[in-house]
Design a protein around this ligand. Structure first.
Ligand SMILES: Cc1cc2nc3c(=O)[nH]c(=O)nc-3n(C[C@H](O)[C@H](O)[C@H](O)COP(=O)(O)OP(=O)(O)OC[C@H]3O[C@@H](n4cnc5c(N)ncnc54)[C@H](O)[C@@H]3O)c2cc1C
Length: 292
């Protein structure tokens, strides 16, 4: 997710002036708070509630699995209102915001994951991003499109790293007095890792070009890239594990840590199944020119 992109597109002039310089130079960090204990893929069912007051909103609710939530200075929170979903940019250090680090995640242990509770948090009206009713379709839509691109790019690096470890091991590990890379079946694993790595690399660049060029199908490209690259990273990690054999199961081996990270990419920013539903629906609605 990319909360900054949502502020660029939908934030008020005052909000943009206040946070974009810091978000651009890295002195401010942002987290994205959509998922709740009972609202995952079904984002429309969020229970966090924003209530209108004079000149402000009162926010109550609980969010889980916030990437960077431990360190974030501001949080883009999606909450329900009487007029539909609302996006608010909330000060993470403000009164009523409580962060609980997620210590037991099997994936992305270095991502500063946190569960975050909001208890009667007063949010000024100019911290609203977009308008009530636009929180999911427009604001989260932009944050997720950019976020899916960054996930796809990360997957490309992940797949490449797994491929490189597999190739290095296939060269150096000897069985039957010869490198295991001499075996056709090991070469097939290398080929699968190599194809996965290259396809992830190509698809994220194609999606990035779509966003750069403000192409009509930029959102479609981003979700297609995230889906393809996540599956490619998972495939490359699986092939690398197979080539490494028992070596992959020594704690501390670089590929060991990447296996769970690769797998979780098929769940975050839209699970495989949600991506498939959206891609399929887009294709059905198109006149045959989608996914160019
Ligand atoms: C490491 C990590 C980091 C994360 N970072 C963030 C973050 O920064 N911000 C944030 O808001 N969230 C974050 N999340 C949460 C993540 O976005 C959700 O886990 C994801 O959206 C899936 O929700 P869920 O886990 O509740 O699974 P569920 O929605 O309960 O899905 C479980 C299974 O049911 C399937 N399913 C559900 N609905 C449908 C459907 N309509 N059609 C077909 N299949 C369906 C799913 O595909 C999946 O296979 C993170 C999660 C993890 C693990």
């Amino acid at each position: 997710m990319d909360p900054a992109a949502a502020v660029v597109r939908w934030g008020s002039a005052g909000l943009r002036d206040r946070v974009l310089p810091g978000l651009s130079d890295g002195s401010l960090l942002a987290g994205f708070c959509l998922t709740e204990p009972e609202a995952g893929s079904d984002a429309a069912s969020v229970r966090s509630q924003a209530t209108a007051r004079t000149g402000s909103w009162l926010l109550d609710g609980a969010k889980v699995w916030v990437t960077g939530g431990r360190w974030a200075d501001v949080l883009l929170v999606i909450a329900a209102t009487a007029e539909g979903p609302l996006a608010l940019l909330v000060e993470a250090g403000g009164d009523g915001v409580r962060r609980e680090p997620v210590e037991d995640s099997l994936a992305m242990p270095g991502a500063g994951l946190a569960d975050i509770a909001f208890d009667r948090v007063e949010v000024p009206a100019d911290a609203v991003v977009g308008r009530p009713g636009m929180g999911l379709s427009h604001v989260a839509g932009v944050a997720l499109a950019n976020g899916r691109l960054t996930v796809a790019a990360g997957c490309a690096g992940l797949a490449r790293t797994c491929r490189d470890h597999a190739v290095a091991h296939a060269r150096s590990r000897r069985q039957d007095s010869r490198p295991i890379g001499d075996h056709q079946l090991v070469r097939r694993l290398l080929a699968r890792a190599g194809v996965a790595s290259n396809s992830a690399d190509l698809v994220y660049r194609w999606a990035a070009a779509g966003l750069d060029e403000r192409a009509d199908d930029a959102g479609h490209r981003a979700i297609l890239a995230k889906y393809t690259a996540a599956r490619a990273a998972d495939e490359a990690a699986d092939c690398a594990t197979q080539v490494l054999g028992s070596a992959a199961f020594r704690a501390g081996h670089p590929v060991t840590a990447l296996v769970a990270d690769a797998r979780v990419m098929r769940i975050i920013e839209g699970t495989d199944e949600i991506c498939e539903s959206v891609i399929g629906e887009t294709l059905l609605r198109s006149r045959g020119d989608s996914g160019r």
